[in-house]
Design a protein. Sequence first.
Length: 333
Amino acid sequence: MTPPARPAPYLISIAGCLFAFWLGALAAPLAASAANLPAWAYPVNPPAGHPVADDGHAIHVPDSTVTFTRTQITNLTGPVPDWHPDEHPAMPEIVAKGRAPHVLACAYCHLPNGAGRPENASLAGLPAGYIRQELRAFQHGDRPGSEPRRLPQTLMITGAKALTEPEIEAAAAYFSSLKPASFVRVIETATVPQTRIAGWVLTPAPGAGTEAIRNRIIETPEDFERFEHRDSRTPYRVYVPRGSIQRGAALVTQTRDGGTVPACITCHGPELKGLGDVPRLAGRSPSFLMRQLTDLRSGVRQGASTDLMKPVVAHLTDADLVSLVAYLASLEP
Ligand code: HEC
Ligand code: HEC
């Protein structure tokens, strides 16, 4: 067989130009998104395997007398599994069941007690005005997220776009009425378990060893089964770099740009539990907080009052952000 003729040099250079052009076209959006993202805060599930069949057996979680079957636990349009019905008031229909086909039940992802999970957000006790404002931001495409493959974000956006005004009111009133709680234990360390991604979160890889934490936070459910069963009291371990909590504590009281940009505590409250319509930061998931700070810094997250945050995050480094969210996660909510 004769080898293929080598292409003429001018063809190579045209191909080279086209390739450079194609790279150039891609370079801008990539630089703003995937390339610089802290991967630990944006875990992307591997393609789904086969769903586990429901054998009808009753599933339990600790400190609850309620039981559900696997089918009931995986029902995105509700009623959502409510393991601890005594810990919250009655849920409005939109929160407990959603409105098929486009609005999934809020409490499926954010949980009936509003504690949320690392891949979404805790909503308990946020100001109703802030919840309304953010639902509008999702509706207007102002919170696309930096990682387009994150399905929970996509579903949040689709759901928000289909919400009616009375539904927004009911959901905002419900979640803002809840008392916030935190189920995380923050641990400063130099080494962490090697992890894999399942259920949109990091979880220790079976049989894997340890590795250096580097400039990362590893937030992982203590009991993956409880997490998968959507127990609203699932505890998490949050591994953070040594010294980061103290560094974060110093950063929240510092002004920036020669005093022209106020400190975090000026706007988010002296204990970072929120002030007026400015949201609580204390005791929230570090993965969630890191995504918000990253998206606010790159401009991916927009909204009615993001201009107040832009000068704050503009000059913060990735190491600053890790320290800030390590400290914030360690606080009582
Ligand atoms: C499929 C899962 C899912 C469902 C269902 C869902 N959300 Fe969300 N929600 C998310 C995710 C994911 C985020 C965080 C996006 C990010 O990281 O920026 C979020 C964020 C939010 C935020 C912003 C919180 C903040 O402090 O920034 C609000 C408010 C919110 N959701 C309200 C609701 C309401 C109300 C409903 C029901 C109508 C609902 N969500 C249903 C996944 C969901
Ligand atoms: C000048 C007032 C101001 C200062 C200072 C400020 N923030 Fe904010 N922050 C806001 C406002 C307003 C929002 C809501 C932005 C929006 O509408 O999307 C916000 C949102 C946030 C969010 C997203 C929360 C959520 O629920 O989605 C995080 C995280 C955050 N700020 C962290 C910080 C940290 C950390 C600092 C200090 C380094 C800080 N902020 C300083 C006003 C401020």
